[in-house]
Design a protein around this ligand. Structure first.
Ligand SMILES: [Zn+2]
Length: 81
């Protein structure tokens, strides 16, 4: 948690970025690279979501939770072969 709180702040140190085309420079703070950090995981998360959306059908999805009577529970949990 300490690293995440310090992510991209002066506490993590910094580096200089330079554009290869115009030689423009800017200083940036280092990131923590923690897999739980929302700043560091923004792009991987966005890519993951985009990848999952290619796997879904073009329909609306709903999460539905319900109970069934105990008498038919064994039937409901059978899997097709
Ligand atoms: Zn981070």
């Amino acid at each position: 948690m300490q690293n995440i709180m310090k992510c991209r702040t002066a506490a993590m140190g910094g580096h200089l970025e330079r554009c290869n085309q115009c030689a423009c420079e800017r200083s940036c703070f280092n990131s923590c690279r923690d897999r739980h950090c929302p700043k560091c995981q923004f792009l991987p998360r966005a890519q993951w979501l985009e990848d999952r959306q290619t796997e879904t059908l073009a329909v609306s999805y709903y999460h539905l939770v319900f109970k069934i009577p105990e008498e038919i529970e064994a039937i409901a949990f059978q899997t097709e072969k």
